[in-house]
Design a protein around this ligand. Sequence first.
Ligand code: MN
Length: 276
Amino acid sequence: MRPSKRNLPKLIVGLVLVWGGIGAAPAIPDGGRAGPASSGPADLKLIEELVAANRVLADQGVLDGYGHVSVRHNRDPGRYLMSRSLAPELVTAADVLEYDLDSNAVDPMGRSLYLERYMHGEIYKARPDVKAIAHNHSPSVIPFGVSGVPLRPLYHMSAFLRAGVPVFEIRSAGGPGTDMLVRTPALGRALAQALGGNSAVLMRGHGAVVVGTSLPQVVFRSIYTEVNARLQAQALSLSQNVIYLAPEEAQRAETTMDGTVGRAWELWKRKALSKP
Ligand code: MN
């Protein structure tokens, strides 16, 4: 968003808050508990990339008013960066906060946080290889979370799904009385367990979580998880004898496509960031 005169004071306040939040002494966040001390200022390029990831996923129709993206802190693997509670398309650098892996914000300054932030912290704890995480409600994946039909890679772009896409059943971890949201550390841990070593996990009746080793990769994977789901439903409506990638094909295709993520990333960024 271009800062208008009306938004300028807000933007300045936001920048000052981030300035103070990163590298400052622990403050007293909402609830009165002292937040953890900061691990130091994050790389500004990483924050910029995180903002771009939010905008791209919204522009590509994977995120709407909901969903969130995070990245592990470049200085401290025990921290991650993510926006305050905000629609992804509206996220700016001034909205990015630092969290510890229990998903406490270092310095929320009274701003509200994503209710489901625990999924990020618990996955970072369980998966040292994961550097970025995206949670979405992208529509085409929903049927695969509720029908028992497994999501499987049927073309080269989604070869990263080759190890399988498990489904997280929130009733198994939270009983019949949840509101479907991963709003506690225990539910976050259960979700991380369901994800296991895979690239994505579906959440029954809710959405998906996709993980990767970088923001561009997690954006790529989020987009092509959605596209694969759409294509697989179309293919299954034509035939019950759909041919999926063989394990060897998928392994090779994943390596090849992983080397090309940068090309698509630059295009997606330009499209998303050129919008007012
Ligand atoms: Mn959600």
